[in-house]
Ligand binder design. Structure first.
Ligand SMILES: *[C@@H]1O[C@H](CO)[C@@H](O)[C@H](O)[C@H]1NC(C)=O
Length: 376
């Protein structure tokens, strides 16, 4: 019995060495193209505001990766139609590929919808799935600035939106079997739960209170009750913009990665799913070796991603200048410095709420990210 651990260790070591030597076979046994077209060998399924653009464009620097017509095709979520697979989807990829070449796409919306993994499993059997995920507090704060502040004329403070959303989410997850949004039972946060109604009840109450205070301050001393009321209504409307509502309503919800990835793990083989921590790509010293891990997961030959990474980060600015717009590491660092910091309270609130979800993700993926209390 006492000798067993040694034997096991030797076996694990031998398997490890063998894995280092033998390259993982490419998806579709290295033949992604059929008479219908060339299928993607990798899909980056999310998560938005976590670095999908950098992951995609770094990967595209590999000589065997041939890009699709555009980075985000978003076919399997909203545009899905099985009969249009060839015409709408495969037509977006190169018409032919040389031996050993692969193509792929990055649609950050895929991860959130429970019907997507089944569709992917059906049409792209064996495709490798990449998920890049970021510290939930950082992601929420980034999404707040990128998707909300610009479009809300009277932006609610980050802490308020987060507080209201966590209250909503706590109620949602309280009873695991019959998750409810109002009267509706649902299982899918993105599909069912962040509809117009719940957004109104989630952020609406906060907006009314806050916008009301703002309006009262502005009309202080004025007896004109009607004017104050009208101002309040306007302030509420300007706090809850329709633009990107599905994104700013889910500042915290979109960071509960495992609650969506559960469906992916159920529909696809575990060995075809890879978790990348944003923080590892967001680090000039680590990014190239992390990209090496990504390349070997797909089955690509070894490649030095150093030069591709050194160019900078993609789609990193506060304004949307295109997914392929590159920002130098120095500029990205000074942009990050200029951004207002997250308050300790909001950060802790998000850390506390997301910690059990994070732990479940790490154990499912067999890979840890340094988030929350592990943040460095
Ligand atoms: C978060 O959890 C810590 C430790 O349990 C606690 O001290 C703190 O008050 C919590 N903070 C918030 C904002 O929930």
């Amino acid at each position: 019995m006492r000798r067993w651990p040694w034997a096991a260790a030797v076996t694990i070591l031998a398997v490890g060495v063998a894995q280092l030597r033998t390259k993982r076979p490419l998806p579709y046994a290295g033949k992604p193209c059929t008479a219908s077209g060339c299928r993607p060998s990798f899909l980056i399924i999310g998560i938005g505001k976590c670095g999908t653009s950098s992951l995609y464009y770094y990967l595209a620097a590999h000589p065997s990766v041939i890009q699709a017509r555009r980075k985000q095709i978003q076919f399997f979520d909203h545009a899905y139609d099985a009969s249009r697979m060839e015409r709408s989807y495969l037509s977006q990829f190169p018409a032919s590929l040389k031996e050993g070449e692969v193509t792929g796409e990055a649609s950050p919306g895929y991860a959130q919808y429970s019907q997507v993994p089944g569709r992917v499993a059906r049409h792209l059997h064996g495709v490798r799935i990449l998920v890049i995920a970021r510290d939930p507090a950082e992601r929420a704060h980034s999404s707040y600035h990128y998707n909300y502040v610009g479009s809300a004329r009277v932006p609610l403070p980050f802490e308020m939106l987060v507080g209201a959303e966590i209250q909503f989410l706590e109620a949602f997850f309280r009873d695991g079997t019959s998750r409810k949004c109002g009267d509706k039972v649902c299982r899918d946060l993105s599909n069912d739960c962040y509809g117009a109604k719940s957004a109104e009840s989630q952020a609406g109450a906060v907006a009314r209170r806050y916008a009301g205070e703002q309006a009262r301050k502005r009309f202080k001393g004025e007896a004109a009750d009607t004017a104050a009321k009208a101002a309040r209504r306007t302030a509420v409307a300007m706090s809850l913009p329709r633009l990107n509502a599905h994104l700013w309503r889910q500042l915290v919800g979109r960071g509960l990665y495992i609650s969506n990835l559960d469906w992916w793990y159920a529909a696809l083989p575990e060995e075809d799913m890879l978790l990348v921590c944003s923080e590892d790509l967001n680090d000039l010293q680590k990014a190239a070796s992390e990209m090496g891990r990504v390349a070997s997961f797909i089955g690509l030959s070894q490649f030095d991603f150093g030069a591709a990474v050194a160019r900078g980060k993609y789609n990193a600015g506060a304004q949307h200048r295109g997914y392929g717009a590159v920002t130098s590491w120095t500029d990205a660092a000074s942009l990050a410095e200029k951004r207002p910091a997250i308050s300790t309270e909001a950060r802790q609130h998000i850390d506390n709420f997301t910690a059990p979800f994070n732990e479940r993700l790490f154990s499912r993926a067999g890979h840890r990210c340094r988030w929350g209390r592990d943040r460095v």
